[in-house]
Write a protein that binds this ligand. Sequence first.
Ligand code: PMP
Length: 284
Amino acid sequence: RTVYVNGDYVAERDATVSIFDRGFLLADGVYEVSSVLGGKLVDFPGHMGRLKRSAAALEIALPWDEETLLAIHRELIRRNALDEGMVYLQLTRGSAGDRDFHYPDADTQPTLVLFTQAKSLVDARSGREGIRVATQPDWRWARRDIKTVQLLYPAMAKMAAKAAGADDAWLVEDGMVTEGASNNVWMLTHDATLVTRELSSAILPGITRAAVMTLAETLALQLEERAFSVEEAQQARECFVTSASSFVTPVIAIDGVPVGDGRPGEVARRLRAAYIEESRRRAL
Ligand code: PMP
């Protein structure tokens, strides 16, 4: 695989970053994952817009404009002949050559790293058959609206969910579901209203969430942005999650309680198909 590190396209075994990089020492960095369909980038402007907001919230310099970032993404896709999968981008504050809690001088070069991952997304089994989730306490920090590389707790929550026999974790705070460990959560009520949690610092503003909200409006579905409890989701007609790499994925059980008839729901299936079709059409 060819990867990108600070201006260079190199073989992955030749790629190096300093051990003093603040991304490595302090998780002082942000990231984005864009999916690739037919060799083209899905929701690219959305992902780059969020990258800018994440970097700005942490005062990390981003000395590459969107056009340059698009060119880097495309060059990596080309070099790796990627047809379907993801491009991962990570931006860290870099390093002034020592360990220090305080940020280094503003002229310190940030570190930019990108790599590709080939993966079958459209025909993923989870998309067809749905996933089982297990709830875990949301013990992440309070600025979940910033897409930082501090992913230790989401990793722990996914491991705990796996140990409980589930495919993924849903995070719960004050009795309400915040989001999945790496996706946004949705339910369809029995009176056919789609519900997803409102944006705040409690959750990541998903790019796929925004796209699916627009699609839901085109499909004339009732939409409500509010928090819901685990019990309400367990009793819902359907549940699903959204993210760049999983698109729309049905949730068929929550803590062992089947959702609906325990099979992927009709609305989730329709939204998944519509999202994939629209994404292929709009991909860059
Ligand atoms: N919430 C969290 C915590 C995530 O990690 C992700 C995936 N990056 C999402 C939501 C979904 O965001 P997106 O649709 O932009 O991939």
